[in-house]
Unconditional design. Sequence first.
Length: 238
Amino acid sequence: MSILKVEKVTKRFGGLVAVDDVTMEIRQGEILGLIGPNGAGKTTLTNVISGLHTVSEGRIVFDGTDITFLPTHKRCHLGIARTFQIARPLKNLTVAENVMVGGLFGNGEKLKDGRKSAIKLCETIGLAKPNEALDKITVLEIKKIEIARAMATKPKLLFLDEVMSGLNMDETREMIDTVRKIRDTGVTICIIEHVMSVIREITERVIVLDRGAIIAEGPYSEVSQQHNVITAYLGEDA
């Protein structure tokens, strides 16, 4: 069963076609990998689905509802959440207070309930010091705050945009475990990532974008062997 259907979606910026006639589905309960070289259109497609950009052409259906022209906050209330490549936590707030923002503004929680939910999310995601100031935490913890804040909106579908970048091997392993814990709560995940060892390990299926268009789809073990995928990553001489 599909939780999201993208039908012939195109996004243009003037004469630049950033997303080109994309049709895809995300299946309920899966971890889908969205991969491709730099500039392939992965983040733009995520922005279109989450509502930061409007479509130029096409249709988007989420959980049975046509969301093609819904504003971002209404898509969030329906159950779509996402992280950003560059995390921008609110530095004057604690870890838990940063997480609370998602619950208060994305889910309409009351202040007391929002704090309880934030503390619980911190425990689930592995933020051991919810009352810590942000100047005392690690890069991994900042990325986890970004995820926890998105999770505080109580999403059905979560987009994770390069959450493994900048992490060492141990931190990457911890983040993989975190992503799996989130999926185990019933949240469907689409992960945009350049670390192929992560994609190989964590996803059931991948979609490959190049120049805004889908060039391959299937299990990573199969897709990664396709000539057009290798060429997209390594160039025409690959």
